[in-house]
Design a protein around this ligand. Structure first.
Ligand code: PRP
Ligand code: ADE
Length: 188
């Protein structure tokens, strides 16, 4: 079994949660296993250093261009973003559901697979022109990640990569996103 097949086999699968008709894919079992968690981080780092950074440097003409910040989406993006940010010497910025962040915030309303919500990000969290990676546990319709993209645009920064542990591919969420997406586990 490949390491990706192993990770796939460890996902929790919960039909009719949190609503009838939704098959909820639970990434928490992967975090109970330290080897599985480290494998996820290794796959993300490999993609960032072998694809994202070379593309950023080629596109910008700056061989020293770097990832300035990881934007983690409330709540499960917070599990992965700070680890990647720390490993690559970048900032971690939290995008939170409305009403949780103090100070002035940018806002973006969105629709996801099982409801609507509003995301916020603190207005002083990102410098203008920052190169940003969006990270979350899962992409379904892409509504959440697209809202994060809108917040980054409001800050006049740039999303250069989206990262997900799981992509529910038939919902075609990645097609909605202006920046490239990389996901470790493809689900149906
Ligand atoms: O691609 P989409 O259709 O937008 O769905 C994906 C989002 O839905 C889940 O989050 P949820 O809002 O349930 O929040 P949680 O992480 O706080 O449980 C998941 O963690 C993603 O953020
Ligand atoms: N099917 C699903 N499983 C887990 N998280 C989700 N977020 C949106 N859709 C989801």
């Amino acid at each position: 079994m490949s390491d990706i097949e192993y990770l796939r086999s460890q996902l929790g699968v919960h039909p009719d949660f949190p609503k009838k008709g939704i098959v909820f894919l639970d990434i928490f079992p992967l975090l109970r296993d330290p080897v599985a968690f480290e494998t996820l981080i290794t796959h993300f780092l490999h993609h960032l250093t072998s694809v994202t950074l070379p593309k950023l440097r080629a596109d910008s003409g700056n061989p020293k261009a770097k990832i300035d910040a990881f934007i983690g989406l409330d709540a499960r993006g917070f599990l992965f973003g700070p680890v990647l940010a720390s490993r690559l010497g970048a900032a971690f910025v939290a995008v939170r559901k409305v009403g949780k962040l103090p100070g002035k915030c940018f806002k973006a309303e969105y629709e996801k697979e099982y409801g609507t919500d509003v995301f916020e990000m603190q207005e002083d969290a990102l410098p203008e022109g920052a190169n940003v990676v969006v990270i979350d546990d899962l992409i379904a319709t892409g509504g959440s990640a697209f809202a994060a993209h809108q917040l980054v645009e409001q800050a006049k920064a740039k999303v250069i990569q989206n990262l997900f542990v799981v992509d529910i591919e038939f919902l075609k969420g990645a097609d909605k996103l202006p920046a490239p997406s990389y996901s470790i586990i493809k689900a149906d």
